[in-house]
Design a protein around this ligand. Sequence first.
Ligand code: ACO
Length: 361
Amino acid sequence: MTTNALITGWGMYAPSRVLTNDELSTMVETSDEWIVTRTGIRERRIAADDETTTTLSVNASRDALAVAGLDASDLDLVIVATCSPDYPLPATGVLVATELGARHAAGFDMQAACSGFVYGLATATSFIRSGMYRNVLLVGVEVLSRFIDWTDRNTCVLFGDGAGAVVLQASDQPGGLLGMDLFSDGTGAEGIIVPAGGSACPAGPTTIAERKHFIRMAGREVYKYATRQLTESSLSALRTAGLTVDDVDQFLFHQANLRIIESVGSSLRLDPSKAYINIEKYGNTSAASVPMALVEAVAAGRIKPGDRLLMAAFGAGYTAGAAVVEWTADPARAFLAPGAQTRLGKPRVEASEFAEPMAVS
Ligand code: ACO
């Protein structure tokens, strides 16, 4: 009998601080018009000083566990997909497992930048299909605000913080991952990079003075590569599933740039109304963007049992990943689960309130 890995729980968390394009325009030379036209982003969420990658993960995960009706102590494995961990070591996955009370679970981090959640979905599914584990928590999470150079307009307008989590469980029922494609090409390493802080360039006073511990990006090159590779990975995943673009009910693309999504959509000739878009609210949340889009799309009533979803992401590395998933869970579970809700804070703060602690000179 085949064992499938079905998504039985889901949750997300977005910090309550909202940073608008107009507020950003007071920090660097940019404008709401430039950012909206070039990216589709209107605002993004920024973690509070006392929030970390672990706390965002835990908030999203508690909802996911509640929706699944699963106790943390029943988890076998916690995978945290992130490129902005609490520490270089220990792994954030270990901290999240402990904070949740997942005392029987193994934990580790998955670093594939923005493609991390899709890589994690493949990994979690493999653990379950092999028979090794039955209950896996997968989190896509970033606190990129701590890795951004807030004086660099090329990058600081693009990114945001957030978390999305899913519970995958072993089942004899059909569904789950139907097909996938994972891709990497290290010749693009310079395209998106944090140059210092690793073994190639250890952190020190010089690297800090040269601002090498922040994200640097060659936007135009990344844009071209992302557009081509997202299309190719999506088609490859559909081929392995034996499906076509027309068989997909909902497209959940990595929310890096609205123009990239529109360009990929037009290459794939998909019905634009089937692509879920929330980039205007969150910006590029890297590994969190696909699961956050998934949770919002379920809450919006856009996903029902039997639907086929195509998740696709592209990120630093370069990496890309696409997964075709058959959704099986009743969306109403999210509303029945005690305590589970989409955690979206509303309060706004003035730019001056957070520009101070985030400005690293
Ligand atoms: N405000 C105003 N002007 C700006 C800004 C800004 N925030 N940022 C750049 N500019 C300027 C540039 O300096 C440039 O000026 P120049 O022509 O005098 O040199 C001009 O605007 C145009 O720059 P382009 O790079 O041509 O702008 P483009 O249309 O390509 O948009 C962008 C830039 C939004 C970064 C786009 O290239 C992009 O989205 N790239 C892909 C990013 C991505 O997908 N990342 C995913 C992975 S991220 C990860 O893995 C962590």
